[in-house]
Write a protein of this length. Structure first.
Length: 129
């Protein structure tokens, strides 16, 4: 099993999220897990069911995770900032979890964000940096 596959399973990631790479720095005592999102993912508007949200940009976020074999573990991801029909923009510190959830079903229809299973680690991050 590759290191990227191992961390995808440990973090409970599923499409559209995946681990791009894992960086081990023994001298620093850290493991950095770079998470990526599939390009072209459709993001829905939870305030207007059935409507798409506009991706307003991407923001780099970093979370402290539980240690891996006594090495400090950090998760790094580009999180989408989405703009809803109401004009509200989400994807900042308080809304990282909801922004990480695509809102489309396998048949392409948009659906409510609560219907999507995303890693608890990414929905409820530890310390945001």
């Amino acid at each position: 099993m590759k290191d990227t596959q191992l961390y995808e399973q440990l973090l409970g990631l599923s499409k559209p999220w995946s681990v791009e790479r894992v960086e081990l720095a023994l001298e620093a005592g850290t493991v950095t897990v770079q998470v990526q999102c599939d390009k072209g993912t459709v993001w829905g508007d939870p305030e207007a069911p059935g409507q798409r949200a506009h991706v307003h940009g991407w923001v780099r976020r970093e979370w402290r995770h539980l240690d891996t074999c006594q090495l400090e573990t950090r998760i790094v991801a580009e999180v989408p900032r989405v703009k809803y029909q109401s004009g509200r923009v989400e994807g900042g510190r308080g809304a990282v979890g909801r922004a990480l959830q695509p809102h489309h079903a396998a048949d392409g229809r948009l659906r409510h964000p609560a219907a999507r299973n995303v890693s608890m680690t990414l929905r409820h991050p530890g310390t945001l940096i």
